[in-house]
Design a protein around this ligand. Structure first.
Ligand SMILES: *[C@@H]1O[C@H](CO)[C@@H](O)[C@H](O)[C@H]1NC(C)=O
Ligand SMILES: *[C@@H]1O[C@H](CO)[C@@H](O)[C@H](O)[C@H]1NC(C)=O
Length: 315
């Protein structure tokens, strides 16, 4: 009897233990969803959320707001509408001009002071970079433009470039990454060189693209995913295929997937890594991808370790 009671108690405790974080998580998702919907969409059928009118502001908060110079916020503001799309064949030149002041980053590469520090191996380390999902999607979409968010050393970008060539496609692959790795990444990648404490990831990525003779199809966009995706949207750069594989924490992934959606050409496909792996964070990532798909009324499909959302199929 006593043990029965204890069992019940511990079951109840477990449920409470699970339910509490779950309800926090759902609350968090709801907050994000509402914030996101009210901020960046004018959805066709969703009515605007009905909020009670804000309480009259107190003098102190007025004072506090008045000292913020609003022009300081300009660079943090996400413009809600992407510009009209520019023709795909013009995108490469546009990015060379806008990002690299008109000169390809592969021109005069490598400079003598870094040349001796770079690896010239045909083995590029990555995670799930050769999964069947890449070939499946490239065959299906025949992409002219691919945007990869989270490139690291370029393994999957180079793999995609080789696939598109084998299939006779003229595809440009743009790789968004700040090429800083992450704090502590050298624990696992000790052979990436450093110069005055600066990891040479960007140069090593360029070197890998050169080693695989893909300088004509792979171009870095060497900035953080948030600012780069916002700029592509502002410049009217849309992609047929968007791959999301950057920061796996909730906030980064949430922002990357939502921003990735904005630059997806209608009928394009967006996909990402780690749906069912350990990095899934016990279902949090799955729940998030499912929620974002629901917001856009699409379905999530699974291909190996990847989630895939095909915008041709409305839910
Ligand atoms: C950018 O390009 C212009 C025109 O070619 C050149 O005059 C200028 O020096 C370049 N700026 C930098 C920082 O390289
Ligand atoms: C490198 O790629 C170009 C096309 O982009 C091709 O013309 C050339 O033959 C390739 N070189 C090698 C060594 O494979």
């Amino acid at each position: 009897m006593k043990t029965e009671h204890n069992k019940k108690l511990s079951v109840t405790n477990t449920i409470v233990k699970i339910a509490k974080p779950a309800s926090y998580f759902i609350f968090l998702l709801l907050t994000y969803t509402l914030g996101y919907l009210s901020h960046s969409f004018s959805p066709p059928s969703l009515p605007p959320p009905n909020f009670p009118p804000p309480p009259p502001p107190e003098t102190s908060s007025i004072l506090r707001f008045s000292v913020i110079d609003t022009t300081e916020l300009a660079s943090f503001r996400v413009t809600t509408q992407c510009s009209d799309p520019i023709p795909p064949e013009k995108i490469y030149r546009e990015l060379i001009d806008r990002i690299f002041n008109g000169t390809s980053p592969f021109t005069d590469f490598p400079q003598p002071h870094v040349a001796e520090k770079l690896l010239r191996s045909k083995k590029v380390r990555g995670w799930g970079s050769n999964g069947a999902v890449f070939e499946n999607l490239i065959r299906k979409v025949n992409p002219r433009i691919i945007v990869e968010v989270g490139t690291f050393l370029g393994a999957s970008a180079i793999h995609m470039a080789e696939l598109t060539q084998r299939l006779g496609l003229k595809t440009q692959i743009f790789c968004i990454d700040d090429f800083r790795g992450w704090a502590g990444f050298r624990d696992d990648f000790k052979n990436i060189a450093m110069l005055n404490g600066d990891v040479l990831l960007y140069h090593q990525f360029l070197q890998n693209v050169v080693t695989f003779n893909q300088t004509g199809s792979v171009l870095p966009v060497p900035f953080s995913s948030g600012s780069a995706l916002a700029k592509l949207c502002e410049w009217g750069v849309l992609a047929d295929l968007v791959e999301i594989d950057a920061g796996h924490d909730f906030l980064s992934a949430w922002a990357d997937i939502n921003r990735g959606f904005r630059i997806l050409r209608p009928g394009g496909v967006i996909f990402g890594h780690d749906y069912f792996t350990a990095a899934d964070n016990r279902g949090v990532r799955r729940a998030m991808v499912d929620l974002i798909a629901k917001i856009h009324r699409f379905k999530v499909k699974i291909d190996g370790q990847h989630w895939v959302i095909d915008s041709t199929y409305i839910h």
